[in-house]
Write a protein that binds this ligand. Structure first.
Ligand code: ZN
Length: 414
């Protein structure tokens, strides 16, 4: 599937700082420590109801990761999927009386357009679930061969779906760190089916769902059906990035069950110890202090803000005011503050001569490399802009130098 077009990223003079990120599995901030080609997988959207600010915040966080890796001289192999076969998509298509493929295509286009407007660096491989059914089939076969998966007895309800034995890997649970009670609650809440009759254990996860009337299906050795959710990302990431890739990313609501099972499926299929080296999660975005959700009907969409004439750079700035791992809220005040900040930075840059640029760029790099400390990064540029505008301006090329760093490292062109 085609991705979207990449914004230009200028080179920043001076020395980059080594990126460290909070890893959910270890509970620590760790060096990313990637090779010449950094390998990153970030879970993509299910293409309906996009792109709300929660989505935007997640992809912006990993855009910052991408930018810091580029700054440090890495090439980045970035892979993202689209879950274009899933129950919520079918339900929405049915509600709206449209074909699920058409809905998926429209919403995926909208997402691409929003990402481009936000100047998010595109994945090298942008992969739809429907393009990778053969990869899923191959991996489910591996899991069955190794005894890590089983089929539901057809006598139960006529559907011999394939399930994954959740304890197939010895350290299942390492990624999220969830205990049994937390796993049970999250599994039920986030797309799992603990009550499915015929499973060996409530936490066993769906790998292959046999065809039901009215649902799309693809051929497999077990009969026509469609993939489960976790195996999709598992197969896409493993086949493009290999095992032990650097960063598995997504929203914090994916830590369990999605990322736990994506990792476990690949580890069980290959016998390799680790799916990814770091598991990185971005927090949720609310509106005026209330959790943003489809059920509450308070989603703020990027498209809606763009239609109101909001500069997408202000969306970036507004979301960067809080740290990516802190649940935070969008509001008119956040937008107004972003507008003021953008104006102040632009005024300072336009002066040309400004306060010492090397110091400001060093501080910006240090703050971003420290687990994407965007509040600290914004404060560093605020300090430089403040000094420049109040007369402490002796560095003749400072405006251009700081603008280049803000463009490259924060993705904001002034
Ligand atoms: Zn995923």
């Amino acid at each position: 599937m085609h991705s979207w077009s990449a914004p230009a990223v200028p080179a920043v003079p001076g020395e980059a700082a080594a990126l460290r990120l909070f890893d959910t599995a270890s509970g620590e901030v760790l060096p990313v420590d990637a090779g010449p080609v950094a390998r990153m997988y970030v879970c993509g959207i299910t293409p309906y109801d996009t792109t709300h600010l929660g989505h935007a915040a997640t992809y912006l966080a990993f855009d910052l990761v991408y930018r810091q890796l580029l700054d440090a001289g890495h090439e980045v192999h970035y892979v993202q999927n689209t879950t274009d076969v899933d129950d919520p998509l079918f339900e929405r298509a049915e509600r709206d009386g449209v074909d699920w493929r058409e809905l998926g295509a429209i919403e995926t286009d909208r997402f691409r357009s929003d990402m481009e407007a936000l100047r998010v660096l595109p994945p090298r491989d942008y992969v739809a679930a429907t393009e990778t059914i053969d990869e899923v089939v191959e991996m489910v076969a591996e899991l069955l061969d190794r005894g890590h998966a089983y089929r539901i007895d057809e006598a139960v309800d006529g559907h011999a779906d394939v399930y994954y034995r959740h304890r197939a890997t010895v350290d299942f649970g390492y990624e999220s760190g969830y205990d049994d009670a937390a796993m049970a609650a999250a599994f039920a809440e986030r797309g799992g089916d603990p009550d499915r009759a015929g499973k060996e254990h409530p936490l066993d996860a769906l790998l292959w769902r046999m065809e039901r009337p009215g649902e799309p299906s693809w051929p497999s050795p077990w009969g026509a059906g469609r993939p489960g959710w976790h195996i999709e990302c598992s197969a896409i990431a493993r086949n493009r990035l290999g095992m032990g890739f650097d960063i598995q990313g997504g929203g914090s609501d994916l830590a369990f069950p999605h990322h736990e099972f994506s990792a476990a499926h690949a580890e069980a299929a290959t016998g390799d110890a680790r799916f990814a080296r770091l598991y990185v999660h971005a927090a949720m975005i609310g509106l005026d202090g209330v959790k943003m959700s489809k059920s509450l009907g308070n989603l703020v969409r990027v498209q809606q803000l763009r239609e109101q004439g909001v500069d997408p750079a202000l969306i970036r700035l507004g979301l960067f005011v809080g740290h990516y791992r802190t649940d935070r809220s969008w509001s008119d005040d956040v937008l107004a503050d972003a507008r003021d900040r953008h104006a102040a930075w632009s005024r300072a840059v336009a002066r040309g001569t400004g306060a010492d640029a090397a110091d400001a760029v060093r501080a910006l790099r240090e703050r971003l490399a420290d687990d994407l400390d965007t509040p600290g990064a914004l404060a560093a540029i605020d300090a430089w802009a403040g000094a420049t505008l109040t007369g402490d301006a002796s560095d003749p090329g400072a405006g251009a130098a700081v603008a280049t760093a803000i463009d490259a490292l924060l993705g904001i062109r002034l």
